[in-house]
Design a protein around this ligand. Structure first.
Ligand code: PLP
Length: 484
């Protein structure tokens, strides 16, 4: 019998890792062009019919190096500040790769599963969550919010004697959030059977923070209605402008009405490490559930979000798969003599994923590498960068600061009295920034105003990148103004 080729390849792992390492290091210097400069070059090379016979690992690795990597994404570029996403740090990528081979699943009595729980505890402690909060990793903020709101749904229905995991959503429900809350909240409402319309938009103040008075008014109006309130959803770091809802006030209101209090800190929770803004997180300890995305500010590769809840038994009641036949053959952990003798903590019953990589080892590695102090340094640096842009925007006659930054997002725009349509003008500046490919923020609408919106979270984004972005906006704006 012929040996399948994949069998021998592991002997060459160091060789292929070296090859990949060299190509990725070159990629991270960003001396190559953009994937859309000449897309027909790589598209014609990659396009093809289903291969009947394989070519083997070597030629495929060569194609990865030749056509894929140099035509990858701008997201890891240090001048990239669009959306809220970044590339992983080196250790984030390496630990992820190590886990993919050495512990493909999070289950089992392995060192990787051990770090699942320890890293969640570290994460909770680093971000000043209440000590009783227990966590669960999932693929990112979308699923993390879904899981948290699944717990809220379970708890709210149990208060009226219904098990929604078993019997379904037997009453119309309500969630309370602002228009600036993340769209994944609405999608979670849809997936959980509450419906998107269950999300009631609570008014915001001028800084984009939820108005406690309006929440209070709405909850009173819904008292004794046919609606079942599921959760008040606060955001600690909105996606658009980085606003932090007044957590303590909202928590107190939610408590008074016996409603679950959820804090979506997918982006902004690590901001609590910056002493200049720590007070804005006052009341976080009152949350029933909290979400944070290690794959944003903490530098993990995409695919790592975390949900914390005050009682993981609620998650178990909401998400357990049912009869645990699979436990057959496992023994108590004290008697375990093999890593296969037990499954460890049953994370699969706390969320919606059965198969799952062990993400904790990545978070452990990231925190261990630079410590809480290193994380704080990164968060403070990025917040300082946003404040630096704000300062320059205030001082420059052709710039306008549209929203005072709270965290690492700054919303500003170029202005010129001769320009009649400033939104279109700033959109042109933004398009030119992306074409130049050195400083790449996104835009967003604040009310009717289109703003240029950098969001700094990348570990390799340094203060000079913020300076250069402002310089470039001014240069492009000035050049476009000449033609008026
Ligand atoms: C990014 C983000 C999400 C969604 O998280 P993903 O990891 O992209 O799924 C949800 N809420 C907030 C506040 C976010 O910033």
């Amino acid at each position: 019998m012929n040996m399948p080729p994949e069998f021998a390849e592991c002997d060459n792992l160091p060789h292929f890792l070296m090859q990949l390492g060299n190509e990725l290091q070159r990629f991270l210097r960003f001396e190559h062009g953009d994937a859309m400069d000449e897309p027909e070059l790589w598209q014609s090379a990659l396009r093809g019919p289903l291969p009947e016979a394989g070519v083997g690992i070597g030629p495929v690795m060569d194609e990865i190096g030749r056509y894929l990597i140099p035509n990858g994404s701008k997201i890891p570029h240090p001048g990239f500040s669009s959306y809220i996403t970044t590339g992983p740090t080196t250790l984030g990528a390496l630990s992820n790769f190590a886990a993919s081979i050495a512990a493909p699943q999070r289950l089992g009595l392995t060192a990787f599963q051990f770090l699942e729980e320890q890293s969640l505890q570290w994460l909770g402690e680093m971000l000043a969550l209440a000590p009783h909060m227990k966590g669960l990793y999932s693929s990112g903020g979308s699923v993390a919010n879904l899981v948290a709101l699944g717990a809220a749904r379970q708890w709210a229905f149990e208060q009226i004697g219904i098990d929604p995991a078993r019997d379904g959503v037997l009453k119309p429900c309500r969630l309370y959030a602002t228009a600036s809350s993340h769209r994944t909240i609405h999608r979670a409402a849809a997936v959980l059977g509450l419906g998107r319309n269950a999300v009631v938009a609570i008014k915001e103040d001028r800084d984009g923070r939820m108005c406690g008075d309006d929440l209070q008014r709405q909850l009173v109006a819904d008292t004794n209605s046919h609606y079942l309130p599921i959760a008040v959803v606060a955001t600690a770091g909105t996606t658009g402008a980085g606003a932090i809802d007044p957590l303590r006030q909202l928590a107190d209101i939610a408590r008074a009405h016996k409603i679950w209090f959820h804090v979506d800190g997918a982006y902004g929770l690590p901001g609590i490490l910056d002493p200049r803004v720590t007070p804005l997180y006052d009341g976080l300890e009152l949350a029933d559930s909290v979400v944070v995305d290690p794959h944003k500010w903490l530098g993990a590769p995409i695919g790592i979000g975390a949900t914390f809840v005050r009682d993981r038994d609620i998650l178990h009641r909401a998400f357990a798969q049912g009869a645990a036949d699979y436990l057959e053959g496992t023994v108590s952990e004290e008697q375990a003599q093999s890593s296969l003798d037990g499954l460890g903590i049953p994370y699969a019953d706390f969320g919606v994923e059965l198969s799952s990589p062990p993400r904790g080892a990545v978070v452990w590695a990231l925190i261990k590498e630079i410590g809480k102090a290193g994380m704080r340094e990164r968060i403070c640096r990025h917040n300082t960068m946003a404040r630096g842009i704000a300062e320059r925007a205030r001082a420059h006659p052709n710039l306008e600061l549209v929203r005072e930054p709270t965290l690492s997002i700054c919303c500003f725009r170029y202005v010129n009295a001769k320009v009649s349509d400033l939104n279109a003008f700033n959109r042109s500046i933004h398009r030119q920034l992306l074409r130049n490919g050195e400083n790449m923020p996104s835009t967003t609408m604040l009310g009717d105003t289109l703003v240029i919106r950098p969001c700094f979270i990348g570990a390799r984004s340094l203060e000079h990148h913020a300076e250069e972005l402002v310089d470039e906006v001014i240069a492009i704006g000035d050049a476009l103004s000449k033609n008026l």
